[in-house]
Design a protein around this ligand. Structure first.
Ligand code: BG6
Length: 484
């Protein structure tokens, strides 16, 4: 591993994302020894004028030390907080960034016993509107200057643009300042255990290789449900909606890993090449294969306009024009304020030809990968009903992670991904051309929604979403299976 001091700079340090995700992930990495105090310093940067101590106080409550026995703030929490300094400044003038650079450089000098290079990781926990100016300030004022080498990297969060045009513009602006290997576009779904498992599952198991195609698979669903609404994020959400918030990124990334061809190797570029190819093979989505919804009460949020048409629910069918998948519907479905919180992939196989058991009514073989909660994979299959006669019943082959890997702590997505950024591994990050291909799929539909041509159907909070979505599923050929 590289040595030398490592400065992690969290921009937008007083915001929600930094408090809830970035700092807790850094804390977990620290606790596991990945961020040794002799090398690492963490800087928070934001506009608010507060002291180091005030920032630490704001973060403290979000750092949960599972191992700590009784006292709320363990030694680890206190030592971690000691590593954090705060610098305030604006996002579009050099003054603050020059002060930031001075602080980073002082830290680098004080830790130069390593005589290594200096590594600077800038985490932009900020709205995309300020990315261009912040990137420019970093470029002008804060780049690594060590003669001994090292690097400067930036991590950017979604939403990366609003549509193809704005995303490309943003990519060009940032691309003029940083090279692609320095840019880490984070999609935290790529850090989830069972999402990372997809490649292994598909390409290391003989079971799946011959079956994973249009000859055997009838349809695939990638589903995201939340049982809460926009919860104080109405203002942000209303500008983006469920397609930009969840489907264009999280679900589409999962879709890529389910549908792409086998990469030449596990090298990040090989994997991302395959993702781009499958995205480019997606046909335009037709209006008949989209259902949008908005939960009742969504507009009661004072930050949401009374006439908002922003969808909080969407189900749509993607079709891939290639040899493996022609004719197989890939159904992407996401919704807020539904009846449960769950993210899963359901791969439904075709009926058995020439069925002699007449077991069709029990449903098809289905392979389910539950990303959360309670990671699991199970296969629904038909077995003989135990007993004297030959009747059949649906049952499951079940791999529940909690039972099978008792005592194994599954790392948080952000923890894993931040470690990757430090190690320089871009496998689980979105490449520029991949992002472009993703926006190409959704932009025409998003523009029609923005223009008010496509209206969401109201649905009851706590329900399954609009019934029209279930009808669309049926039309696409999904057959409800029994059992789980
Ligand atoms: C975020 C979305 O990217 O993902 C949120 O902006 C959503 O709206 C969240 O709630 C879901 O993440 P997870 O990991 O809880 O499924």
């Amino acid at each position: 591993p590289e040595t030398g001091c490592l400065s992690i700079i969290v921009l937008g340090a007083s915001g929600d994302l930094a408090k809830k995700k970035t700092f807790p992930a850094l804390f977990n990495l620290y606790r596991q020894g990945f961020l040794p105090a002799e090398e690492v310093h963490i800087f928070g940067y934001a506009r608010t004028k507060i002291s180091d101590e005030e920032l630490r106080n704001r973060i403290r409550g979000f750092l949960v030390d599972n191992k700590a026995a009784s006292s709320k703030y363990s030694d680890d929490v206190l030592k971690f907080l000691e590593l954090i300094k705060y610098v305030s400044g604006s996002y579009d003038t050099e003054d603050g960034f020059r002060r930031l650079d001075k602080e980073i450089s002082e830290h680098e000098i004080s830790k130069n016993s390593h005589e290594g290079s200096s590594r600077r990781l800038f985490y932009l926990a900020l709205p995309p509107s300020v990315y261009p100016s912040v990137c420019k300030m970093i470029r002008n004022c804060c780049m690594n200057k060590s003669d001994l080498g090292g690097w400067t990297r930036i991590v950017v969060e979604k939403p990366f643009g609003r549509d193809l045009e704005s995303a490309e513009k943003l990519s060009t602006q940032i691309g003029e300042l940083f090279d692609e290997p320095q840019i880490y576009r984070i999609d935290h779904y790529l850090g989830k255990e069972l999402v990372q498992n997809l490649l292994v599952l598909r390409f290391a198991n003989r079971f799946f290789l011959p079956l994973w195609n249009r000859d055997n698979i009838h349809n695939v669903q990638v589903i995201f449900r939340e049982d809460f609404g926009t919860d104080g994020r109405g203002g942000y959400f209303d500008e983006y909606g469920i397609i930009r918030d969840i489907i264009q990124n999280h679900l589409l990334q999962v879709f890529c890993l389910v549908a792409m061809e086998k990469p030449v190797s596990l090298k990040p570029e090989h994997i991302r090449d395959e993702k781009v190819k499958v995205l480019q093979s997606v046909l335009p989505i037709t209006d008949e294969e989209v259902v949008l919804g908005q939960y009742e009460g969504y507009r009661d949020d004072p930050t949401v306009p009374d006439n908002s048409n922003t969808p909080t629910f969407a189900t749509m069918v993607l079709r891939i024009h290639n040899e493996r998948w022609e004719g197989v519907p890939f159904i992407l479905k996401a919704g807020k304020a539904l009846n449960s919180r769950k993210a899963e992939i359901r791969v439904q196989f075709k009926d058995v030809p020439g069925d002699i058991f007449k077991c069709k009514k029990q449903g098809r073989n289905e392979f389910v990968i539950r990303l959360q909660p309670s990671e699991a994979m199970y296969m629904k299959l038909t077995v003989k009903q135990p007993g004297l006669d030959m009747s059949t019943v649906q049952s499951e082959l079940d791999l529940s992670y909690r039972q099978r890997y008792q005592g194994v702590v599954i790392p948080e997505a952000y923890e894993r991904l931040i470690l990757d950024t430090i190690r320089g591994d871009q496998q689980h990050f979105v490449r520029r051309d991949e992002l472009k291909a993703a926006w190409e799929i959704f932009t025409p539909m998003l523009h029609r929604i923005d223009d008010g041509e496509f209206k969401p159907i109201p649905y009851q909070p706590g329900s399954r979403g609009p019934v029209e979505a279930d009808e669309l599923l049926e039309k696409a050929g999904y057959v409800q299976t029994h059992g789980y």
